[in-house]
Design a protein around this ligand. Structure first.
Ligand code: SAM
Length: 139
């Protein structure tokens, strides 16, 4: 969010500093940080820790966003694409791949984003649909 909504040197204000993670990230991304924390002891503790953070220290570890969009993004899936996807997924899992690694690899193979692969595997009944949050009702 900080990268998306601010530039280096900007002042980031967190109205509820709490654990100061926003302030830490802001300084690590070479922004300035300010804000409020109602608890004096928490503020004193965290502000001391904050002084140890080197401005911009997170900048080198940032991942570069993908600039090329997957070549088949937005293209409708054909029946043969779907069959090939299901079969490749089964092969990768049988050969010991994790679901996550298999999905990433299939994204590259099929020229599609990870979400598109996951959505299709769910639609084909290979991956379970997303679970709705369970609530309990009294009585
Ligand atoms: C969930 S934490 C915030 C986490 C923080 N934004 C971060 O990046 O780590 C919420 C904090 O808001 C503080 N707080 C609650 N009411 C407040 C108020 N009226 N003014 C300032 N701080 C407040 C609480 O003491 C608590 O530490």
């Amino acid at each position: 969010m900080l990268q998306y909504s601010s530039n280096e040197g900007d002042l980031v204000c967190d109205m509820f500093l709490g654990g100061f993670s926003t302030a830490r990230a802001a300084i690590g991304l070479n922004r300035r940080a300010t804000g409020f924390e109602i608890s004096g002891p928490i503020f004193d503790l965290r502000v001391r820790e904050l002084r140890g953070i080197k401005p911009g220290c997170l900048l080198q570890s940032l991942r570069t966003p993908l600039t090329e969009r997957p070549k088949n993004q937005g293209r409708p899936w054909t029946d043969s694409d779907r069959r090939a996807l299901v079969s490749r997924f089964a092969i990768l899992i049988e050969s010991g791949s994790t679901k996550k690694a298999a999905i990433e690899r299939l994204g590259r193979e099929f020229g599609r984003g990870r979400w598109s692969i996951e959505k299709m595997l769910k639609r084909e009944g290979i991956l379970p649909p997303r679970q709705k949050a369970q609530g309990s009702r009294p009585g």
